[in-house]
Write a protein that binds this ligand. Structure first.
Ligand SMILES: C[S@@+](CC[C@H](N)C(=O)[O-])C[C@H]1O[C@@H](n2cnc3c(N)ncnc32)[C@H](O)[C@@H]1O
Length: 130
């Protein structure tokens, strides 16, 4: 997204500079067209998306309501056999659980119990869709 978010830690970041840094480091992949950046929220991305993916990594807005929404949208866009990964499973904003990813990831895992194989659980959660 390359802009601030609900997280305080993002307030002091120079976002345009970070975007330039990203472009320089990933130029080789951007040039081939295999990497396509989207400067928009995940909601906006999924609302317009019609592609399906082999791998989706969720590490955006960490609030539970956003993580569960990203998970549901990502699941719909993930191919059977594809891998979905969540970052920051054990990260906490230090306030209330609705500000953290974990309750949302747990709820999603429960709701989709028979729909995946769990590949890894640590500070990240990785699963393969059936
Ligand atoms: C914890 S950082 C992780 C960035 C990157 N995955 C990394 O490891 O360097 C979270 C990023 O998600 C972005 N973000 C926050 N809310 C978002 C949203 N609703 N949609 C898309 N990105 C969002 C933030 O601007 C920030 O760049």
């Amino acid at each position: 997204m390359w802009q601030g978010s609900a997280e305080e830690a993002h307030n002091d970041i120079d976002w345009p500079q970070l975007r330039d840094f990203y472009a320089k480091r990933l130029w080789g992949f951007l040039e081939t067209g295999k990497l396509v950046p989207f400067q928009k929220t995940s909601d906006a991305f999924f609302a317009e998306n019609s592609q399906t993916f082999d791998f989706i990594y969720i590490d955006g807005d960490h609030r539970a309501s956003s993580v569960v929404k990203d998970a549901i949208n990502a699941w719909a866009a993930l191919k059977p056999g594809g891998v979905l990964a969540f970052d920051d499973y054990s990260w906490s904003a230090g306030s209330t659980p609705d500000q953290d990813p974990k309750p949302a990831i747990d709820a999603f895992l429960l709701a989709k119990t028979n729909g995946y194989n769990l590949l890894a659980v640590n500070n990240q959660v990785w699963l393969r869709k059936h």
